[in-house]
Design a protein around this ligand. Structure first.
Ligand SMILES: Cc1cc2nc3c(=O)[nH]c(=O)nc-3n(C[C@H](O)[C@H](O)[C@H](O)COP(=O)(O)OP(=O)(O)OC[C@H]3O[C@@H](n4cnc5c(N)ncnc54)[C@H](O)[C@@H]3O)c2cc1C
Length: 380
């Protein structure tokens, strides 16, 4: 397997880095603001307009839907550089990584024409309404209902941990259209405009920062039948694909490796870098970042070759969590009480690593999937 970037992709990275150095010159860093905070989302709304104008928001989408027709690697280089800088696209990384691609794959022409252009222009935020109070890891236990009523659906239920719902225009929402006993066979995906009457968004403050999460309450929310994505009761196939994209959508190792560089500078200045124990911790954390990078590249290689997503995404995700955790632990160990100061690099990294191990399916869930699908171990 050859992972050297093409000349064109290398030139793209270099242009992009120059652009980001200029655009984010004021030291922009998400960790100072917090996911979902007004300052973060306001900044990203402006920033993605600039990206869209350069054709750098959806370069990998087909031209007929407003994309640049570029390959998976260019898109991935973009993600790596964005994530290193604290993801200045904000929630737009969901739009471009998996919301849009799901609409491209499963949507009707009418849905594509209506929903994709505003994403490529950077005009809309989407959020993801999957988790419920009793359905996180066990997502197939979700209870939010969507019942047919003539040409419409009527939605009732509750979602939780919905990042960015306070700012979003649409929700990529899972609801039950069959009975609870149908499990994953009775679930459908809805493309729900959040300004629809009956939708209430309530704030939850969390460890990721100010206004990081929300609850969504849906009470008799009436939507037209064309809000359904794909076939009724076949939403699980869409979700599996969506999650495979989400799991590697944020190249977490890239940011963790930069934090590690910063920690090395800090240790050098503090005279700690000659300590063999500290050196070993650095070596271990660096190796985990590199391992995660290579495993993620294998997934992107599959995508570049237009293969169906494979279980390698679970390995890549688990490796990214390990890398984030190793860097977070190192920061806490070497920086001591300085790493406890809120939003210090140590504190920010520790919070990142906590989130990484839960969002998009917890670390334990990735391990379960690896044992079943890759190692072929028995369930019990
Ligand atoms: C930063 C962040 C952003 C998020 N954003 C969103 C969002 O935008 N939209 C959305 O829908 N959700 C979002 N979530 C929610 C996330 O998807 C859920 O928290 C996650 O799926 C876990 O579900 P839960 O919280 O109900 O935990 P539970 O499912 O109750 O799990 C609790 C613990 O038990 C372990 N566990 C559970 N079952 C098993 C098992 N079978 N084997 C081994 N261990 C198990 C889990 O690993 C976990 O450690 C976000 C979460 C985070 C941290």
């Amino acid at each position: 397997m050859e992972f050297a970037l093409s000349e064109a992709d290398t030139a793209f990275r270099s242009d992009l880095v120059g652009f980001l150095d200029r655009e984010l010159a004021d030291g922009w860093n998400r960790s100072e603001h917090g996911l979902g905070s007004a300052v973060y989302t306001d900044f990203s709304r402006d920033f993605v307009h600039t990206l869209a104008a350069k054709g750098w928001l959806t370069p990998h989408w087909p031209p007929e839907y407003g994309g640049g027709g570029q390959g998976a690697w260019q898109h991935f280089v973009l993600g790596e550089e964005m994530w290193k800088r604290g993801e200045p696209r904000g929630p737009q990384y969901m739009n471009v990584n998996w919301v849009g691609p799901s609409v491209i794959k499963y949507g009707t022409e009418e849905q594509k024409k209506e929903l994709l252009p505003p994403i490529t222009r950077g005009e809309v935020f989407w959020c993801q309404g999957f988790s419920e109070p009793e359905a996180g890891t066990d997502l197939a236990a979700l209870r939010t209902r969507a019942d047919r009523d003539g040409e419409d659906y009527v939605l009732n239920g509750q979602k939780i941990w919905t990042s960015y719902a306070n700012e979003a225009d649409y929700c990529f929402l899972l609801a039950r259209t069959g009975s609870v006993s149908d499990g994953r066979n009775g679930i459908s995906v809805f493309l729900l405009p959040l300004r629809t009457p009956g939708v209430e968004v309530r704030r939850i403050d969390g460890f990721v920062g100010e206004h990081s999460f929300n609850e969504l309450f849906l009470t008799d929310v009436r939507v037209p039948g064309n809000c359904l994505l794909g076939e009724e009761n076949k939403g699980w196939d869409i979700v599996r694909r969506t999650l495979a994209y989400e799991r590697v959508g944020a190249p977490r190792y890239a940011r963790a490796a930069l934090v590690l560089d910063g920690l090395a500078d800090w240790c050098r200045a503090a005279g700690l870098l000659t300590d063999p124990g500290v050196q070993e911790q650095f070596g271990n954390a660096r190796a985990l970042c590199e391992a995660a990078r290579v495993l993620v590249y294998r997934v992107i290689d599959e995508r570049a070759k237009a293969k169906e997503p494979s279980p390698m995404a679970y390995q890549a995700r688990a490796a990214m969590v390990q890398a984030e955790r190793a860097v977070g632990d190192l920061a806490l160990d070497v920086m001591g009480s300085e790493a406890l100061a809120e939003q210090s690099p140590g504190d920010a990294q520790f919070r990142n690593s906590l989130g990484a191990g839960i969002a998009a399916g917890s670390y334990e869930v990735q391990l379960n999937l690896i044992s079943r699908l890759i190692l072929k171990l028995p369930k019990e």
